[in-house]
Design a binder for this molecule. Structure first.
Ligand code: RB5
Length: 151
């Protein structure tokens, strides 16, 4: 598992805490910025990281901004990406088991490092359940292909 990471300035400190956690458990990642002390647009950094998931250079992404919302909006513009803002252990669990999330987005202004690390741990461990959720995720993919017919 190789992760693509990115943050804006508002997510930078939380990213740093998660980076330390990922290093401590040996999870491979590439950090696409931003760096400390920068003031950037989350769109640019989120897009740079999520492109690497689309082209399969990375398996999944974790993106950080102030709320986790802007990064989710950006990532969900890309084909094949299911980006889910998560704010507790329950949303982290169902983002994987039901939604098959391949991009976790976290908010540096709404989560403590401890909360974020607990979410990341679950998001990395949980598997997609398939079954009825597979049917639903496939319907999302059809929408992405421009098929807006009622199914
Ligand atoms: C940056 O100030 C802030 O607007 C951004 O990090 C984020 O919260 C967007 O969703």
């Amino acid at each position: 598992m190789k992760l693509a990471l990115a943050s804006d300035h508002a997510g930078y400190d939380l990213k740093k805490a998660v980076v330390d956690y990922l290093k401590s458990v040996g999870v491979d990642f590439i950090d696409f910025g931003c760096g400390p002390g920068e003031n950037v647009d989350y769109v640019d950094y989120g897009a740079e990281a999520i492109r690497r998931v689309v082209c399969k250079e990375c398996d999944r992404a974790i993106l950080f901004c102030g709320t986790g919302l802007g990064m989710a909006v950006v990532a969900n513009k890309f084909p094949g990406i299911i980006a889910t803002p998560c704010w507790d252990e329950f949303t982290a669990t169902v983002s994987r088991t039901h939604n098959n999330s391949n991009c976790l987005t976290l908010g540096g202004r709404v989560l403590t490092p401890e909360q974020a690390i607990a979410i990341v741990k679950i998001w990395l461990e949980k598997e997609f359940e398939g079954g009825r959720h597979e049917r639903r995720v496939k319907k999302i993919a059809q929408l992405e292909e421009g098929n807006f017919k009622k199914v």
